[in-house]
Design a protein around this ligand. Sequence first.
Ligand SMILES: CC(=O)N[C@H](C=O)[C@@H](O)[C@H](O)[C@H](O)CO
Ligand SMILES: CC(=O)C(=O)O
Length: 288
Amino acid sequence: MKGLFTALMVSYDEEGNINEKGLREIIRYNIDVNRVDGLYVNGSTGENFMISTEEKKEIFRITKDEVKDRVKLIAQVGSVNLKEAIELAKYATDLGYDALSAVTPFYYKFDFEEIKHYYNSIINAVNNKMIIYSIPFLTGVNMSVTQFEELFENEKIIGVKFTAGDFYLLERMRRAFPDKLIYAGFDEMLLSAAVLGVDGAIGSTFNVNGERARQIFELAQQGKIAEAREIQHVTNDLITDVLDNGLYQTLKEILKEKGVDAGYCRQPMKKLSDEKIGIAKSIARKYW
Ligand SMILES: CC(=O)N[C@H](C=O)[C@@H](O)[C@H](O)[C@H](O)CO
Ligand SMILES: CC(=O)C(=O)O
């Protein structure tokens, strides 16, 4: 389960319905061109927190059907609705997903005891493994090394997707948990995280920039830091341009430029203006 995982985008049509043909094209592009080791399905990048339970299941089903066993699959099932999270955990496990992941429960200020109960309830309901999805800038949930340690006492909890810029905490986690899987979550900090010894990375920009991400990660592992840094610089020029123009919408427009029917984002995310579509197209020309 080590390596690079794309946080999979989902193609929606202009009315916000899942475009199955487009989703399958995005999946194939990730396997054939980005050549990632796996897909992280129904994360933030999949616009998971704006869709229904049935739609989440449909995306899990289509993705597994398209991938078969060609790459590893992680199903993000986390939800403030714990019953939904358990239902999705069972569904994805039955489909044959290699691991589950769940975002820390958000919106209400759950205390640690509640968070721990949430993770153990999900993973103990199924015969599968759990990767904690920690993304404090969106959830407001910050956990300490000691709290991660308490969660990791459950052997079915095998790792964490660490989407934060706190490299002190990341180093402490690597030191404390040499046998757990740590995935870097911010693509713009991939090199720094790789130097600290993460096992892999999960990223939205890998939908278009998988090849450069691979180079950064592997060069870092070989100790070729100066070379890796040059590729991180280009990658971050790209990421800065994408973030300035609207993250998920721009990634979808770039995919369209590459012939992939990536569709639109789900409302309330807005459509890009014609001007911004033009900028997205120029980004696609500039970096490829
Ligand atoms: C919220 C979100 O999309 N996070 C992604 C994964 O953690 C990242 O891949 C970022 O999108 C990316 O690093 C750009 O900031
Ligand atoms: C990678 C990431 O944050 C996500 O899509 O869940």
